[in-house]
Design a binder for this molecule. Structure first.
Ligand code: ADP
Length: 357
């Protein structure tokens, strides 16, 4: 058991609905343990500037259902420098912050690792709508974003139906197609193009023509933002231009950041609360440099270094020597995690295709 008097919590990288519910859970679980919580405004930039706010139960009383992050967020390249991290560590020392909980994506977890190795034990919590962290089945924000996306596409479908149009919808997700896949299934899209799977453009175009010939007026194609043309431009726009050129009436819709906002769903609030609780418990148990995960519905933890290398393995971005410090059993476990993710993506993709027939 480690004894902490005060811990810090920050949100960093892209914001995600549910981050506030996580902050609230951290404050309450820590209070139960007699630990004070200080919020760091604006992620690692706030740690460097010393932009802190005491988080009492009263302060977090009404934030559980709010979108965005009340602690604000930022990208902070300065934190990656020795000087930047030195200042961040000094802020912790000067303000009696014994440990940190860092809510964000894999960049944020790298920062948490750096803080741990500079003497401030830190825990990462996955908060990003993209669900692109290989270690965990789920990241806080996904459910809200796909619900928002599905509602937006429903609206689009209404007007498409009136006008006899095909809607090409681009959805966020970084290099991960999960948001696009879930939204495509939920909205009955005719196809979904994602970075992880080959996309048979000609077959989809034939499908669109066949639907139209059969009298269906409204058609939706969802494209993940991470899918690019060989030239590196968004495939979504290229596909839209292509079908227009073929004489199909079409509209292009980039949902962009709109699906990042809004009140978090119950799924996101509950997962955020469970993960926030677990992060505090890890610190109290003397654990650090872990990322809180959801695996098969259970809240678990994984070493951040292991999680980041598993992520590189999944993305085929392993560098020489990356696996040297891991045992064969650990490497097998990484492979299993990657395979699980691939299987899930394949199953979602197959569902889109079944629904489209
Ligand atoms: P996300 O956490 O959503 O992946 P970013 O990649 O932008 O978002 O990372 C958020 C912040 O985490 C960065 O602005 C930076 O302050 C910190 N960070 C990112 N990468 C590293 C790294 N390699 N080492 C230390 N800190 C990092």
């Amino acid at each position: 058991m480690a004894t902490f008097r005060k811990i810090g919590v920050l949100t960093s990288g892209g914001d995600a609905p549910g981050m506030n519910a996580c902050v609230k859970a951290v404050v309450h679980r820590a209070k139960e343990q007699g630990i004070e919580v200080v919020g760091i405004n604006g992620g690692y930039a706030g740690l460097i500037k010393g932009d802190l706010v005491d988080l009492t139960s009263e302060k977090v009383a009404n934030i559980i259902g709010e979108g965005g992050t009340v602690l604000y967020t930022s990208r902070c390249p300065e934190f990656k420098t020795e000087e930047g991290i030195g200042t961040a560590v000094k802020t912790c020392r000067d303000n009696g912050i014994d440990a940190l909980i860092c809510i964000g994506g894999d960049g944020t977890f790298r920062g948490a690792t750096d803080m741990t190795f500079h003497g401030v034990p830190s825990i990462g919590v996955p908060g990003t709508i993209d669900n692109d962290i290989t270690a965990t089945d789920y990241t806080i924000g996904l459910d809200t974003s796909i619900n928002t996306a599905a509602r937006l596409i429903d609206n689009l479908r209404d007007t498409n139906e009136s006008h006899d149009r095909c809607g090409v919808v681009e959805l966020m997700g970084n290099e991960c197609g999960q948001i696009a896949l879930y939204a495509a299934i939920a909205s009955g899209a005719v196809a979904c193009a994602i970075p992880e799977r080959p996309f048979d453009e000609d077959a989809v175009i034939r499908r669109i023509f066949a639907r139209r010939a059969a009298g269906t007026r409204s058609t939706i194609v969802v494209v993940a933002e991470g899918l690019k043309t060989p030239e590196g431009t968004p495939y979504s726009e290229a596909f839209y231009k292509k079908i227009k050129a073929l004489g199909i009436q079409a509209k292009f819709f980039r949902a962009a950041h709109v699906i990042r906002g809004g009140r978090p769903t119950v799924r996101d609030r509950v997962t955020a609360a469970r993960m926030g609780n677990r992060a505090v418990e890890c610190l109290v148990n003397g654990e650090s440099n872990l990322v809180v995960c959801e695996e098969d519905g259970k809240i678990t933890t994984m070493d951040i270094a292991f999680a980041l290398i598993a992520d590189r393995m999944y993305k085929n971005k392993l560098k020489e020597g990356d696996l040297d410090r891991f045992t064969p059993e650990q490497i097998d476990r990484m492979k299993a995690i990657c395979e699980k993710r691939r299987t899930e993506i394949a199953a979602l993709y197959a569902t889109v295709e079944h629904i489209a027939q």
